[in-house]
Ligand binder design. Sequence first.
Ligand SMILES: Nc1ncnc2c1ncn2[C@@H]1O[C@H](COP(=O)(O)OP(=O)(O)OP(=O)(O)O)[C@@H](O)[C@H]1O
Ligand SMILES: [Mg+2]
Length: 421
Amino acid sequence: MTDKMLSAIDIGSSKVATIVGVKSTESNELRIVGFHSSPSKGVKKGLIVDIDEISMAVEECVEKTERMAGHKINQAFVSVGGPHISSLNSHGVVAISNPQTEIVEDDVNRAIDAAKAISISNTRQVIEVIPREYVVDGQTGIKNPIGMTGIRLEVDTHIITASHTNLKNLDRCLSELGLSNAGFIFAGLASAQAVLTDTEKELGVVLVDIGGGKTDICLYVEGALSYSASIPVGARHITNDIAVGLRVSLQSAEEIKLYLSHYLNNKKEPPKKDADLNLTQLHLPENVSSVTLKSLTDGIIAPRLEEIYNLLEQEIEKSGFANSVPSGLVITGGGALTIGMTELGRKYMGIPIRIGIPQGMTGLVDELLNPQYATTVGLLLYGQKNIITEVGWKNFNKILKDISFGNSITKIKEFFKQFIP
Ligand SMILES: Nc1ncnc2c1ncn2[C@@H]1O[C@H](COP(=O)(O)OP(=O)(O)OP(=O)(O)O)[C@@H](O)[C@H]1O
Ligand SMILES: [Mg+2]
């Protein structure tokens, strides 16, 4: 069997990152062969606000990744996120077509179709339909009902929708560059795929991806994705606060923020709070030569982190699962690297908090072992697992991956026949 080449483009508010991986059909290993990240332009809070600017940024990033991978990118999974994302849980019920034998994939598809029959505004588009659990004749908690016997099949699904306009803009950006879209994936879901463990999902956990312009959230209860959302606050707000607080430009504020992370992370012991942070080596145009650590961390950064945690708390409360996430928060995105993120979060939320580093790939991984690239890596991991790229069709009924087709041509024909309208 031949190995399969997969690509993904993470279009963020701060950066565009493109990644190419080779999926081994024998070992199931995903080997990264190309990666590039460059500044993004024309995206605010996950929404495209200038197609030309973002197209140029994506074009440059894709070209550099192609050069590294030595392979042309024709098709890619694409990230979607931001406050235009919303989610709901929907229930579908069907009668099993042949109760004398066993439940077949067609029954499962019909149940999922029934759950999908929801009324949504025509400005929105469904991007994910994920089965959470099946119920056969009242027996709950079933992960895969195929092969079981019963009369009535129910499914609980998690449905994620996004703004139709934004998806069209993303598609336009790709088609202008001659790229085809292998499937939209919610950025929070991609990050979850890259960093969460099965145990965390089983116990109950919230994935929080703090990017530049927005924070994407995926909440898991009993192994199932139960709530997805996005809030319009990101790490760029911290940069804004530093710019206002120290009266410097946004660019200087960003440099100070990154320098502070670098400085504190390389210290063996935490420095005294009244110590000064020497900024002379940054050669800032504003002639700011030093600033006290306390004023920066406690005076400027901490209040914004508290605000982010406050919004997260409200969102978790809104989900209705606030008491079902003992594994706490797993934080990804560049914002996860903000000084004080975990310490302040543990104090504020009173639950475990860890930073999520992407896992599950080999090859050129050094640069990718960073929470900032959780979505980027996760797009490939989630895409290869759940989306059939050859027919450009998104595998809504995730259970199909569990079905072995053997060599039967008839079965393969039947499999493709179900996608023909
Ligand atoms: N070491 C660091 N310390 C503090 N902040 C950091 C660090 N590295 C990156 N960041 C911040 O992370 C943010 C970018 O994160 P990320 O790359 O995840 O955003 P994005 O994916 O482009 O945006 P979004 O997901 O919101 O559309 C920037 O605001 C940047 O300042
Ligand atoms: Mg992002």
